[in-house]
Design a protein around this ligand. Sequence first.
Ligand SMILES: Cc1cc2nc3c(=O)[nH]c(=O)nc-3n(C[C@H](O)[C@H](O)[C@H](O)COP(=O)(O)O)c2cc1C
Length: 321
Amino acid sequence: MKLPELKIGQFTASVPIIQGGMSIRVSTSALAIPVAECGGIGTIGGSGLPVPELQEDIRKAKSATNGIIAVNIMYAMREFYELVMGSIEAGVDMIITGAGFSRDIFKIGKKYNVPIVSIVSSPAFARLAEKLGASAIVVEAAEAGGHLGTQTTLRELFPSIRKVVSKVPLIAAGGITNGFEMAELMDKFGADGIQIASRFVLSKECSVSQKFKETFLQAEKDDIVLVSSPVGMPGRAINTPFVRKMAGGEDVSTKECKYKCLKKCSYRYCISDRLIKAHGGDVEEGLVFSGANTYKMKEILSVREIFNRFVKEAESVYKEK
Ligand SMILES: Cc1cc2nc3c(=O)[nH]c(=O)nc-3n(C[C@H](O)[C@H](O)[C@H](O)COP(=O)(O)O)c2cc1C
């Protein structure tokens, strides 16, 4: 049966898939545009970018597609409000935010008529987000890539949040690799859509280096590990030589703070520097964030092929709620 549309605020995605935002420069307009063209929500990772660069990328995406373009900005960023306001000024359709919780963002969303989507990992924050005016809520579980707010798996966490959210769409995220899982989460768990990120790293359009994609392709289950992040949350990443050095207790700190990206940094290592290194192909010294199920995906596909497969698989088993 045909999958339902996903309505968030004044926007309707014809396919209920959000491409998860990925910093720094992992999800740019190069990925967000084809996702939006396929009927999903294309998300530019805004955290850690200079505001003018983010604005230029949003404008590029908005002029290239009539589809939905969102930006993902982590609350932990020092320039959170500048990035939010800059994105609105550049004409972004929607703001997706997690890694900390801002109450003021909902007032800004209302004032400028820009839907705010909250990423949460607990029923308490889901309830709060709905009450304060979130237009949709993403439940991000332990299988997700990047920073993690929980150790609970998606199929354990989602039902506890489904119980407390009734007014706005609820999206499932973390470790989803195919359309059968998408249908399962929508049918059995009552999700209104899914957010996926790692699957899109392995797309032709994702602008990370070939080495980054190869690290994804070569990863086995045990190569995907938890790392500590200067943000103060654990993160999920591939066990690169840099991660092994850290686990072995080596000093990986940088002497000066070049990016001043975080509100509060542990200075254990420079996260911007390590993400930029990985993006550019230095996967030995870089930090390669990844979802827990990346090891199940062994092909680079076009965004169109990813959408076609997900929709075909999901619709072959999906039954209307
Ligand atoms: C390389 C990478 C970078 C990410 N960066 C961010 C980010 O900047 N902000 C954020 O909220 N989530 C970030 N995430 C999480 C994703 O948006 C998404 O919710 C999650 O990875 C979903 O799980 P999946 O990758 O298994 O599909 C990142 C994930 C990856 C793999």
